[in-house]
Design a binder for this molecule. Sequence first.
Ligand SMILES: Cc1cc2nc3c(=O)[nH]c(=O)nc-3n(C[C@H](O)[C@H](O)[C@H](O)COP(=O)(O)O)c2cc1C
Length: 159
Amino acid sequence: MKTLVLYYSYGGNTRRIAEQIQQALNCDIAEIATVTPYTGSYDDVVNQGQREADSGFEPPVRPLDKNPGEYDTVILGTPVWWHTFAPAVKTVLSACDWSGKTIYPFATNGGWIGHTFKDIERTCAGAAVKNGLNIRFDEDSLQTSTAHIDRWIAQIKEG
Ligand SMILES: Cc1cc2nc3c(=O)[nH]c(=O)nc-3n(C[C@H](O)[C@H](O)[C@H](O)COP(=O)(O)O)c2cc1C
């Protein structure tokens, strides 16, 4: 079984969890990055994110280091932006053929995960989307217990 951790992170929280999962599973990892970085204050980014999420905007992203098409299992990490996955993740999810793949989603957020996992399921037609991991941060301080995260990683190992 070939496994890829695929993630987007604006502020580093999702990257931190993605790297933890990659190390535990000893699998490949690829980061989604926008061609044009988000700039301005945190509030500017929050507002831009709202405009993008509301309009369904798909920002251009840099070529990925790894091709998700070559993996059976994709562990997909995103921050929650306005109750759903980040626009940069949308760009990649829309561009790939997910049929026959297994996706384990995780989403870092400040307590309002919204419909993030449902939206991933809807967008990745044909994929088996497993139960998602909701990871809460207070700014950059992890609130979800590491035991909870470890258990979620363990069930991926068990397949
Ligand atoms: C544009 C934007 C929108 C956000 N919307 C939400 C939200 O709807 N619900 C929530 O709980 N947190 C929201 N947050 C907080 C982030 O989900 C949270 O800080 C996350 O861990 C950031 O991950 P990152 O450091 O990998 O970018 C938002 C943050 C940004 C920048």
